[in-house]
Design a protein. Structure first.
Length: 142
């Protein structure tokens, strides 16, 4: 039994299926690469109580997001986190994670469902800002 393309419709359907499968494989690979990059971000696990009072800017730039945050600390507590830049494919619904960081007085909080990549980037960005307020920090540490 020999398989033949008897009609243009059959060929068109097969081409569309191939295009869709190629696109799905591309998206999966891209997302996997984004997670690899996010996993390589530096996390400093800074304790807020060790940070001097002030406002510090954190920056994290990845292939999929550019984030800058101003993090304010007073009396060993996170008091305010302002989004200065949030550009990229993710992170449009991640603002609640910043409120949770302030409430828990920690940069290490649970990721937001559906915004896991952005959550990781925002945690790394807050950590980057907080380390700048630790006594002994110098720009050479970057």
């Amino acid at each position: 039994m020999k398989f033949q393309f008897d009609s243009k419709a059959t060929r068109t359907v097969l081409i569309v299926i191939c295009v869709i499968l190629t696109f799905v494989m591309y998206m999966q690979r891209r997302t996997r690469n984004y997670y690899k990059q996010a996993a390589q971000l530096p996390f400093y696990n800074i304790q807020v109580k060790d940070v001097q009072d002030g406002t510090y800017r954190g920056k994290v730039y990845t292939k999929f997001m550019h984030v800058q945050l101003d993090v304010s600390v007073a009396d060993g507590k996170l008091t305010k986190i302002d989004i200065i830049e949030n550009e990229g494919a993710y992170g449009k619904k991640v603002a609640p994670i910043l409120d949770e960081m302030i409430a828990e007085n920690s940069s290490v909080v649970s990721a937001i469902k559906g915004e896991e990549l952005a959550s990781i980037v925002f945690v790394a960005c807050v950590d980057d800002a907080l380390r700048k307020g630790v006594p002994g920090y110098t720009a050479d540490d970057e």
